[in-house]
Design a protein around this ligand. Sequence first.
Ligand code: BDR
Ligand code: CA
Length: 314
Amino acid sequence: MATRIILDVDTGTDDAVALMTAALSPDLDLVGATTVNGNTGIDSTTENTLRVFEWIGMPRVPVHRGMSRPMARSQMQQLNPASRIHGDLLDLPPSTITAQPGHAVDWLIDTLLASDGDITLVPVGPLTNIAMAIVKEPAILAKIPEIVLMGGAHDHGNSTASAEFNIWLDPEAARIVVSCGRPIRMVPLDATHRALVSAEDASRLRALGTPAGEAAARFVLQRIDGYDATQPMPHRLGAAPVHDALAVCAVIDPTVLTTEFIPVDVETGGELSVGRTVCDFRFRSRQPANVHFATDADEPKFNRMLREILGRTA
Ligand code: BDR
Ligand code: CA
């Protein structure tokens, strides 16, 4: 039976690949997408999400517009060095469809409360919507079987030396989510940088001849261009991470990741380290493990999954 998921996105080139993977996978039932401020402002992340669904011929997947700024901080996204990797609006035709009425946070609460406790949350942007929903209606927690999120970093950051972008942009929200008491699988840079998509892989995606394959190839090439120019992968020009799609693939097939079950917390006060995911691999904090933290990923399997799924049509 297909796993029911809600994908929370700040679309974004890699969010776009994640959306197409989630919508087209026969192993997933995409209940809807919620949008959040992140890679760009909420108007553009919402428009980009609508563009993606329309492009792949799935305009009826409900899209709900969410939080336009972090929970407790002023907007920090202007500092994001990765903007060249995404741009503002995706290179797809403007949407002719609209987001659903109402706020994403309220839709998340209503949908989870009405569910049988079988909807996995897959946030791949800053965690503002998910944290707001938890704070506004804690009763949703009992209805969440698992949160599989893209975010965090142990070995190296990307927004700062120590912090990954999704956590760094809204650290207070991230702290609420990782300490919420529900099962959490975290897909950090430590894993996404181990499963790169190369220009040759992009050619294979384009050769699939589907709208999803063509768009994924376009976004991967844009990402490679941006990464090579601003934060090249060590010893690996011509390849880039497609972070958010790896989180979706991990819901479909958990073996695409290697994980360790450890205590993880989020730094919200540090002058140099705000947004750092503090990973206690040696259990020095004496806190219980709360996160299945991915330390590695299977690059060939990830690329195979992308080709298999993005070769499909609606
Ligand atoms: C994360 O930040 C965003 O730029 C990407 O979409 C991804 O979710 C990677 O740090
Ligand atoms: Ca994202």
